[in-house]
Design a binder for this molecule. Structure first.
Ligand code: GDP
Length: 465
């Protein structure tokens, strides 16, 4: 456990590890911190559902909601008002589409939830990967309308791909919101058909543990069964014991935060802020960070000092693994930090490489993967062109044992050890060191073809400071 002791003995910190744990407990009180991603087929009602939930929980004030209602009426799309709570840009409003991963926080009795609203359009899956790679848990929104659930679930629909992606990216617990139940008169039969089909898929194919999948019947539009017990007689008559969406969220297990590991932050945005200069945004991947800390920037291999740490625009004395933050940096020029750069503990710098060895699980593909296969490598907030350089071995999907050395090709639903070469040097971590930072996805021709974990990084750049 050399890494652990390194992080603990960190001299740059102004507080000892004990203080940090105490501060962590104080910050979050009895509440667990959760990053929640919303996934599902386009038009399943993701934005409406989450917008309405935020409204019920008091995260949106009446005045703002009224404004949204007026604006959407003017455009003749009044039912979009709730979705607008999340879709903030003008462009998205006029198109009625959620494009970027919007972030909002809300609190329940037991949780502080950062909501990552992932888009449902096919072209937007790269954004969805960004959102999901930051998530601990997922809400899968299903359209219960007759014919619509079937469309979303069958080949070509995004329900399956989203669920598979979420599981591959480390999401272990999932709540299925069986939405638009108002369109099927709250039919128990319809609900049972959907939960049965999805339950089988999620546990047998996507790999969720049965106890980690839960279902909730609801309507994002009317707000039924989101945060308040159901009142619609048709639903009340059969839904027992009644559990609201919020109650299901409260039941989720808190994720383990690697706050005792060395500091890592993968940069998802670089911007300048009026009055404070140069800022970066991202989710703290591991460890913690405080104003005054020295950080090392990879792959630029440069030092910088953290001037300020912000969570939701409020200046903080410390931010922990799992927090989405902005930081003001000094002592380094902005051109040295890009989206995808890694800010890390100088005593334990991140590795940067153009070549890795990885274990991959291949999804449903039409054309087998051969040596030299070009892919798009999705990692945290970035996607980069890459090539599957060598097929090292084919593995047993369940046990990981080598089935065949140097296979000529890899077919669908198989597992393999491969060497991947990236066009540009990236900061990557071993899965064994940092679970969340050691995962990636491979896409080709607009489809996600594989999920993988990093097993070896062939370092090209190290600089001792
Ligand atoms: P997204 O693409 O998944 O974010 O879906 P939206 O939230 O934009 O909703 C798509 C459409 O479905 C909009 O016209 C909504 O008003 C409608 N909608 C959303 N939730 C419900 C619901 O619970 N019941 C009904 N009847 N319509 C809904």
């Amino acid at each position: 456990d050399s890494m652990k002791s390194l992080a603990t003995s960190k001299t740059r910190s102004k507080v000892s590890k004990l203080d940090v744990m105490a501060e962590y407990a104080k910050r979050h009180g009895d509440k667990d911190l959760l990053n929640l991603v919303v996934i599902g087929h386009v038009d399943a009602g993701k934005s409406t559902l989450m917008g309405h939930l935020l409204y019920q929980l008091g995260s949106v004030n009446k005045k703002t909601m009224h404004k949204y209602e007026q604006e959407s009426k003017k455009l003749g799309k009044s039912s979009f008002a709730f979705a607008w709570v999340l879709d903030e840009t003008e462009e998205e409003r006029s198109r009625g589409v959620t494009m970027d991963v919007a972030q909002t926080r809300f609190e329940t009795a037991k949780k502080i939830v950062t909501l990552l609203d992932a888009p449902g359009h096919k072209d937007f899956i790269p954004n969805m990967i960004t959102g999901t790679s930051q998530a601990d848990v997922a809400v899968l929104v299903i359209n219960a309308t007759r014919g619509e659930f079937e469309t979303g679930f069958d080949a070509g629909g995004q329900t399956r791909e989203h669920a598979l992606l979420a599981r591959s990216l480390g999401v272990g617990q999932i709540i299925v919101a069986v939405n638009k139940m108002d369109t099927v008169e709250w039919s128990q039969e319809r609900y049972q058909l959907i939960t049965k089909k999805l339950g089988q898929f999620l546990s047998r194919q996507a790999g969720f543990r049965e106890g980690d999948v839960t279902f909730v019947p609801c309507s994002g539009l009317s707000g039924e069964n989101l945060s308040k017990p159901p009142t619609v007689p048709e639903l009340v008559s059969w839904y027992s014991p009644a559990t609201t969406l919020v109650e299901q969220i409260d039941k989720l297990r808190p994720p383990v935060r690697p706050i005792d590991k060395p500091f890592r932050l993968n940069v998802s945005d670089v911007f300048s802020r009026v009055g404070s200069g140069f800022n970066v945004a991202g989710r703290v991947g591991s460890g913690f960070v405080q104003p005054g800390d020295k950080v090392f920037i990879m792959p630029a291999a440069m030092n910088a000092t953290v001037k300020n740490v912000y969570i939701d625009d409020s200046a903080e004395t410390v931010a922990f693994a799992g927090d989405h933050i902005n930081m003001t940096l000094s002592g380094v020029d902005m051109v040295n930090v890009n989206i995808g750069s890694c800010l890390c503990d100088p005593a334990f710098p991140a590795k940067s490489a153009t070549k890795i060895r990885a274990k991959i699980v291949i999804f449903s593909i039409d054309v087998p993967i051969t040596k030299g296969f070009p892919v798009v490598f999705h990692y945290q907030s970035i996607n980069e062109p890459a090539v599957i350089k060598r097929l090292l071995s084919q593995l047993n999907r369940n046990t990981g044992e080598v089935v065949k050395r140097k296979p000529r090709c890899l077919v669908k639903n198989s597992s393999a050890s491969v060497e991947i070469e990236l066009e540009r040097s990236l900061c990557l971590e071993l899965y064994t060191d940092f679970k969340d930072l050691g995962r990636f996805m491979l896409r080709s021709g607009g489809h996600t073809i594989a999920a993988g974990v990093v097993e070896e990084v062939f370092v090209v750049l190290t600089k001792i400071i």
